[in-house]
Each structure stands twice: as structure tokens, then as C-alpha cells.
Ligand binder design. Structure first.
Ligand SMILES: Nc1ncnc2c1ncn2[C@@H]1O[C@H](COP(=O)(O)OP(=O)(O)O)[C@@H](O)[C@H]1O
Ligand SMILES: [Mg+2]
Length: 428
């Protein structure tokens, strides 16, 4: 094995510093890494290997051809969100066929997992709790194809059975795009009305509702877990806590995201983790899945299972001292891969500095706490400021709060709101 290709859609900086470590690890073993990416720029410091920027609209065939032309012996997909995971799964089919084994969940399973309705059905079958819900089909609503005069009323009856508030989520899409809360039958009627444009979600010729899952609102703590491996060997990374869930949809990065001790939840999760591992094995998951859940009343309710690395991958790597990108290259190389639970190494905390961080302040931050990464968060080309991940050992809580408080007094960073959240998390 001489060359491994990484297929990537989102900016590569979001994988800092773990992707660089993985690439250097490969180089140490005499393997060259190549990045085939379709968003943003990448320098040597972002990806210290071969780099090829492809057009954002590259087809799976073109992507596979570029990887083959480079002479890759194997490939791994590290793309997100789901529409790009699908692209890579299709490219995988082409690559596998020409003898370039690609670490990515096979296309048929990927197509089920990128669809929130299909995922819900699969979870139900596996005995994993999901919010009660129903599917809304945009073709039927728009009267495309078969006319179904009772369709809207049928949906109203379903909604009454579950009860309000409800949440409507496009069956595709990610990072909370297109999600809206329906608080009453009137909201549902307005939502289902012919020709209602849905915020940011419609690009077809006829405006209207996109196919969606409408489901019960669950109140609780949002969390997510990454599972990495192949049938027979899956590693379950630590649970990451990502905010509060309720009737108000929130931007994915609005809250602190963290990984740390939470005994009762960790104990309750052990059983769910086993079921999820079986679920992955049954579907033939190869590479990573990222599972979004709500922890409520001692149970984990599954929102979705993304067939790709997660938006909190850096956090789960930092918290467990493992490196998902290295794990993926081990799978690509056919090296022994041990499944099981990756032990949490301490605390990892991720927060957003909406206005960015001045270089001098970042230097000060690094002097005071262990900074895993601090880089600009770019989603769909839009900047959300800088995202920071820090780690600390259990027992270092007070020292860390003190260090950050002093930094804030000297520089105004972190902002009061973030500082308040970090201290209340670490002072529990
Ligand atoms: N049933 C639900 N009850 C409460 N909040 C929800 C529910 N479903 C989704 N949410 C909120 O919307 C966010 C995104 O939902 P999710 O199903 O993970 O879709 P995606 O991440 O693909 O946009 C969640 O993180 C949560 O804040
Ligand atoms: Mg999600």
C-alpha cells in the first residue's frame, strides 16, 4: 500500500488537528496521503500531503476518476453533511469496482441513513426508541402523480394522534436546516397549504413543502455519539453533549458542546451502544456513523444516524484520545482494528467565539489551557467565527475555570455567556 486518498466535501480545517496527525502517521509508514476536496482551500499546514481541489459539483464518477488517476491504492470518505456522504458512497461503488477499496458505508445502506424517515423505521425495527412521527410526501401534497384527495386530512389525523407541538424536518438536509416547530393544527394547516414556500429549503420549480418527517417534540439533553469500524469491529466513542432539545429549534453550535463525566447517562447508554453496534453490523456500516439523540427520563431517543463522520468528531477524538481519521486509515489498510468502547480520557469542551479570536489572545489561551484546535467554522461558505476545543483532566476543573476567568479579565475572552456556561459545567 503506497497511497491513500481522502474524499472530503466540507473545509478540511474542521478536521484539525487530527487529520494532520493521521497523515503524518501514514507518512511515517511510507504511505502518501492525498486530499480530494470540494470546499475551501487547504495548505500544507491543513493537510501535509498531496492535495487536489475539485469542483463543488463534481460527480461521483469524476471524483472516482480523479482518485484513480492519482494512483490511490485505497480511499476513505470524510465528507459531510449527508448529501456529500451520498456522493462519496456512489464514488465508492466506482472505486471498489476498479480495485480501489474505499472505506465508506455501501450505497444502499447510505441511502437509507441519509433519509430521516427510513432511519426512523430501521431504528424502530432494531428496538431503538425514536420520536413518534409520520412522513409527509411533497409529491402527494403537490398533486404530482396520483391525486390523493384525502392526503392532507390523513396527515391532520396523524398529527392529532401524536399531539402538539410537533417538529417538521426535511427527510434530507442537516445542521437543523429547514426544521420548524408546528405548535397547533393551524400551524400544520399553514405548513401543508399548497405552494407554501419553506424557508431556505426549496429549489424546485414549484414552491411547497419538501418531503419531511413530522414528529413529536422531545424535551431533553441533546447528545451525539460516533461509531467507527466495520462489521465485526466497531469502536464506540464517548457520548458528547451538544445542548438542549425542545420546541425551539437551535443552531447546532449555539451551545457549549462537551464530553465529560455523567455517570447515570453513561451507564444507561451502555445498552444503547450495544444495540447501535448491532444495528451498524446489520447494515454493513463501514467507516463512521454519527448518531444524534435526546437523553430524556433516563432513555436515549434516536433522532438520526448520519452515515458519515460527525460534526462533533473533533470533540469525541479529543475526549477519548483516539483519532477517527487514523482509525479510518487503519480500516483502509486492512490493519487489525479493535472494537469496543473508547474510554473517555477527561473533559473536552467545544465553544464558538462568534467574533473570532485575536492571535495574541489565542497565544494567551494556549498558555493557560490545553487547546486542541481553534479555527474558523465555515458552514456552506458562511463563517460563524472561530470554534475552539479545549481538554482537561478530571481534577483540573477549578484550575481551568480560574485560568479562563483570569484570561477573561485580561482580554475579554471568552465572552461572558460562554464563560458562565463553562464554569457552571465544570463546577457541578
Ligand atoms: N423530535 C425532536 N424534538 C426536539 N428537538 C428536535 C427533534 N428533532 C430534532 N430536533 C432539534 O433539531 C436539531 C436537528 O435535528 P436532527 O434530527 O439531528 O437533524 P439535522 O441535524 O440533520 O438537521 C436537533 O439537534 C434538535 O435540536
Ligand atoms: Mg443532527
Amino acid at each position: 500500500m503506497r497511497k491513500i486518498a481522502f474524499l472530503r466535501s466540507a473545509g478540511i480545517r474542521r478536521a484539525d488537528p487530527y487529520v494532520q496527525q493521521a497523515v503524518r502517521g501514514l507518512a511515517a509508514d511510507g504511505i502518501e496521503a492525498g486530499l480530494f476536496h470540494t470546499s475551501g482551500t487547504a495548505g500544507d499546514e491543513d493537510f501535509p500531503g498531496y492535495r487536489e481541489r475539485l469542483d463543488r459539483g463534481v460527480t461521483p464518477r469524476e471524483l472516482a476518476d480523479a482518485v484513480a488517476a492519482w494512483g490511490a491504492d485505497a480511499a476513505v470518505s470524510i465528507s459531510l453533511p449527508c448529501e456529500n456522504a451520498l456522493r462519496d458512497a456512489a464514488a465508492k461503488a466506482f472505486l471498489d469496482a476498479v480495485g480501489i477499496p474505499t472505506v465508506m458505508t455501501p450505497l444502499a445502506a447510505t441511502m437509507l441513513l441519509v433519509d430521516k424517515w427510513e432511519t426512523k423505521r430501521l431504528c424502530e425495527r432494531a428496538g431503538l426508541p425514536v420520536p413518534d412521527g409520520f412522513r409527509v410526501d411533497s409529491d402527494l401534497l403537490a398533486g404530482r402523480g396520483l391525486a390523493v384527495p384525502g392526503y392532507r386530512d390523513a396527515l391532520r389525523v396523524q398529527a392529532e394522534r401524536i399531539g402538539y407541538p410537533l417538529m417538521s424536518k426535511p427527510v434530507w438536509d442537516s445542521t437543523s436546516m429547514g426544521i420548524r416547530t408546528l405548535r397547533s393544527p393551524a400551524d400544520l394547516d399553514a405548513y401543508l397549504a399548497p405552494g407554501t414556500p419553506v424557508s431556505g429549503a426549496v429549489s424546485g420549480p414549484e414552491p411547497g413543502v419538501v418531503s419531511a418527517v413530522v414528529e413529536q417534540v422531545v424535551e431533553g439533553d441533546l447528545c451525539s455519539v460516533d461509531i467507527v469500524g466495520r462489521p465485526g469491529a466497531y469502536q464506540v466513542l464517548p457520548l458528547c453533549w451538544t445542548g438542549r432539545a425542545g420546541a425551539e429549534p437551535v443552531f447546532t453550535f449555539a451551545d457549549l458542546r462537551w464530553c465529560g463525566p455523567r455517570e447515570e447517562a453513561d451507564a444507561a447508554f451502555a445498552e444503547v451502544a450495544r444495540t447501535l453496534v448491532e444495528f451498524c453490523g446489520g447494515l454493513g456500516v463501514h467507516g463512521s456513523v454519527n448518531v444524534d439523540m435526546i437523553y430524556t427520563g433516563g432513555r436515549f431517543v434516536i433522532l438520526e444516524i448520519n452515515p458519515r463522520i460527525g460534526g462533533a468528531t473533533t470533540l469525541s477524538c479529543a475526549a477519548s484520545g483516539t483519532n477517527t481519521f487514523t482509525s479510518l486509515t487503519r480500516l483502509a489498510r486492512g490493519l487489525p482494528f479493535t472494537g469496543g468502547t473508547a474510554r473517555r480520557a477527561g473533559w473536552a469542551i467545544e465553544f464558538l467565539a462568534g467574533d473570532g479570536i485575536a492571535p495574541a489572545v489565542l497565544t494567551e489561551l494556549r498558555r493557560r489551557v490545553r487547546v486542541v484546535t481553534a479555527h474558523e467554522l465555515v458552514i456552506d461558505g458562511a463563517s460563524h467565527g472561530d470554534i475552539v476545543v479545549i481538554t482537561l483532566a478530571e481534577g483540573e476543573e477549578d484550575r481551568t475555570v480560574k485560568a479562563l476567568t483570569e484570561l477573561r479579565e485580561a482580554t475579554g475572552f471568552p465572552a461572558a455567556e460562554v464563560m458562565g456556561k463553562i464554569s457552571s459545567l465544570l463546577n457541578r
